[in-house]
Design a protein around this ligand. Structure first.
Ligand code: SF4
Ligand code: SF4
Ligand code: SF4
Length: 178
């Protein structure tokens, strides 16, 4: 059931439902822990779809989770961006491109408006703007991009750990030299 619920969610991973992503929220609905009206990006349409699936009455969106609005996407003020790259890792769909010490920019056809890139920016140079009408993204595409993001993050973490282990081993060998 959690998978069927998850299939109806927008897959922005924005955490506004109070859970760490769409799948954990789906699991919480399936277990009875969460209500069906906690997803602002999905709004009325998603609540109605969940109500139909679960044979429950459709509720109004819980205002504690936010308000339903048209898609807004992130825009980086390139004059103020210092190229620190702190916004890259938090983006669940890899919609930001750039590298350390280089300007960063948002791919508007990927951005889901989750706002997860805003808090890490040390110079506050990312703002949300109304999206062009065409910028509505299919949840299935968001899901695929999030899966790719997780795979890449795990690969990078493994590589970092491998490098750290190699450094430790080298330091231990040096220490053991007479
Ligand atoms: S899109 Fe909806 S279900 Fe997914 S994390 Fe955001 S609020 Fe939660
Ligand atoms: S660019 Fe920012 S707002 Fe857009 S999807 Fe990535 S983290 Fe979310
Ligand atoms: S976090 Fe802000 S300053 Fe750093 S690269 Fe991203 S947009 Fe630029």
């Amino acid at each position: 059931m959690a998978a069927r619920i998850d299939a109806l969610l927008p897959q922005t991973q924005c955490t506004r439902c109070g859970y760490s992503g769409c799948r954990p929220y789906a699991a919480a609905i399936a277990s009875g822990e969460a209500q069906i009206n906690q997803c602002p990006p999905g709004g009325k349409k998603t609540i109605e779809a969940l109500a139909r699936l679960l044979h429950r009455p459709a509720l109004s969106l819980n205002p504690l989770n936010g308000v339903e609005s048209a898609l807004r996407i992130a825009l980086i003020d390139e004059d103020r961006c210092i190229g620190c790259a702190r916004c890259l890792a938090p983006c669940p769909v890899d919609a930001i491109v750039g590298a350390q010490k280089y300007l960063h920019t948002v791919l508007i056809d990927r951005c889901t408006g989750c706002e997860l890139c805003l808090p890490p920016c040390p110079v506050d140079c990312i703002e949300m703007r109304d999206a062009p009408e065409a910028a509505i993204i299919e949840p299935s595409l968001n899901r695929e991009r999030f899966a790719a993001h997780l795979t890449r993050s795990e690969r990078q973490a493994t590589e970092r750990q491998r490098q750290l282990d190699a450094k430790k081993a080298t330091a231990a060998r040096r220490k053991a030299l007479p």
